[in-house]
Design a protein around this ligand. Sequence first.
Ligand code: HSE
Length: 430
Amino acid sequence: LSIGIGIAGTGEVGGEVVRILRQKSGLLMQRCGVELEIVKASYRSRRPPPDLLPDEVITTSLDEVVEDPRAQIVVELLGGIDDAYRVITGALQRGKSVITANKAVLAAHGGLIFARARESGAALGFEAAVAGAIPIISSLRNSFVAETFHRFYGILNGTTNFMLSRMQEGMPYSEALRLAQEKGYAEADPSLDVEGTDAAQKLALLSSLLFNTPIPPNVFTQGITDLTENDIRYASDLGYTVKLIASARRLDEGLELSVRPTLIPSGHELAHIQNEYNALFIKGDNIGQSMFYGLGAGGRPTASMVVSDLVRVARSLEKGTSSFPVFFNSEMIPLVPIEEHRSPFYLRFGVMDQVGILAKISTILAEHGISLSGAWAKTVSNNVISLVVATHQTRSGDVYQAVKKIDASEGLTSGSSPVLPINDLRNGEK
Ligand code: HSE
């Protein structure tokens, strides 16, 4: 069986897809009985080497990829939203199946894209869009179809996890980011990584599959941009590790979704996930808890998952069956406002070393009904101390308001103070 494919985008991931298809054609034939022939491939700035993609295959035109009648499957690996949306919907409209690694376009327009795919009967594969080499999408779409899920949490961004690992060793934030970019983990616009957007897009996609809801917009997102290596050290002194945690909880009142840098116990499995690895936990009513672990970023692991979708779709084209279950989203489950999420918190205030500062800060916290479980003064320099405060279980809205007031009080703190939830990822879990 030979299937023609068109590839839109031959950069970090697309380039590796081309390499795998070229180098592993024998293995794919042996294992799966399919030959995947690249009939058209587009590039934007860096042309892939001619020995991988000859002149008659390569183009700079996205339309040529979508419109080539020999391309039965179109692979969208452009990143970004507008061009990607055009390529995906253009291909689906022509009845072609689509594979994408693009969480941004799915988080923004997934509802429309899924509807197009349903109408046309074409397959839409997006394994590579979430958590790199971890086959969580196929697990949810194929293996866990009988499960009712109530809880999900995990590390869904490789770049920030890599950065936090370096910062734990004392490397400053900016150097850690530069290194992550150099290694090809970061998005073209790395603010999507460090501000938590990338993880939130993945969480939104997962939530749709886990909880049978249209892709939720506006997942509350807090990035790691305010974190310093000192926070990581102070957290560690208290027995915690800081990770960018994506969390979902199905409650009677709605869905509690957030992406936030979170203090988790240093003994927890997620605290040991280092570098660009991702890991995630799901809890189902029959299967109990499952943990997934694997490389979350980088061209090669992501490309391998693109190829797995390609093979699955190619084989289904042969049989004329649908490669993925067609899921019909039900009603949107309302999101619980972030103000109502409750947890203990870690707060850090950079303050001048003066009499009465702790009293002023604790007064404002008390005015907002926030009770403290501990406070520690850490010397930063002669005049400046870091005041680290841990709270008991608190409504997020109260903490955000109190810290805003403290930061706005003249001469009290030196800027915006980090507010990080503390989550033992165990208490009260079913
Ligand atoms: N920039 C993303 C990450 C790539 O670091 O996780 C994989 O989606």
